[in-house]
Design a protein around this ligand. Sequence first.
Ligand SMILES: NC(=O)c1ccc[n+]([C@@H]2O[C@H](COP(=O)([O-])OP(=O)(O)OC[C@H]3O[C@@H](n4cnc5c(N)ncnc54)[C@H](O)[C@@H]3O)[C@@H](O)[C@H]2O)c1
Length: 384
Amino acid sequence: MDKLKGGIIGAGKDSFIGFAHYAAAALYNEAEIIAGVFSSDPDRCIKRGLELGIERCRIYCNCTEMIEKENTLPAEERIDFVIIATPNYLHCKMIKAFLENGFHVIADKPIAISLAEALEIKDVQKKTEMVLALTHGYTGYPMVKQARYLIKSGKLGNLINILVSYSQGWLSPLIKNPEEFKTWHLDPAISGPSCTMLDIGIHALNLVQTITGLVPEKVCANLNSTIPGNCLDDNGTVLLKFNNGINGLLHASQVSTGEGNALRIKIYGDIAGLSWDQEFPETLEMMNSDGTSTIFKKGVPVLSEDARKASNFPPGHPEGFLCAFANIYSSFFKAIHCLRNKQQPCPGGESGWNFPGIEEGIAGLAFVEAILKSNQSSEKWIAI
Ligand SMILES: NC(=O)c1ccc[n+]([C@@H]2O[C@H](COP(=O)([O-])OP(=O)(O)OC[C@H]3O[C@@H](n4cnc5c(N)ncnc54)[C@H](O)[C@@H]3O)[C@@H](O)[C@H]2O)c1
């Protein structure tokens, strides 16, 4: 397959996730990044672009310039796709602009900062028929694919209960000293109507939905702001009612002092349970009803086809976050090639699922808007 050409918006020198995108896009040699807007500040943008080895004429000062100039290039030179890795409030505008002008898009979560914006993106994607992926990166791990397979093939029996938590501690220094550092995550104009739930609560929800296929129907939320002067949630707990009467508990916090990226899930069925921890992603525990456990390791032949394909090294050689991200990129690239060759997009493994997209983006925003409403309400349950 031809190597695809991409551009990136974001990925400035100090950006957090920009480097993961830049590296993951090129990891399996399926694409190269040859253009971009690396900062809203023109000098910093050019400096960073040159540092990354981008030709000066493909470093642009803003998205409008990038779209105009790329579209004047011959088709074989023009970029095929764009990565959006900027702060949240810019996502919707940028995603729509690139889709409408003929570029496939892979955007970071949240897809937008309101459900209304997410629905607008859906309309544009439908009209333009371009490929749109959303980097809920954790879904790219082999053990997440194995967990999905085990549930789909009935190994857990009927599901009863789900516990998921995403605990980070990076905001907790602000509780004692709100001036210790500044972050756009606490600014509603940039972050959106929520900090923690929109940032990582939606990762936890997406993990549940990816693994189980369940749809949450009702929520009962208790959110709080522990940082003095912070108007957005930095900590919260949500009770969930899924379709089929299954219940769940989701906790997300960025003031869990000492935690890194503790995304953990436990799923219990009437035959067995599953337990997975993002900080130890290479193994998946199936808890059997007799009290013994079966441990699945990535890269071994007994895994499902999806999980085997997502394993890039043999068991024992950790691959981690970057390879999980790159697995999403790889599926996104396959969908672009399939579309070009007039095959159905998303060829998929046995799950028929390849990468998160607009529906997952909409689910995240619908969830956040329902829990914000629930948090303000005296009613016990709020419908999503
Ligand atoms: N999928 C994940 O696991 C994951 C992890 C972290 C962050 N994120 C998401 O990625 C996005 C970026 O987060 P971050 O932590 O890297 O933020 P960041 O502030 O560290 O980096 C943002 C980058 O965007 C650039 N930028 C800002 N405005 C711009 C503009 N108008 N044009 C071009 N570049 C511009 C900044 O210069 C910076 O380089 C957020 O939406 C966040 O929610 C996702």
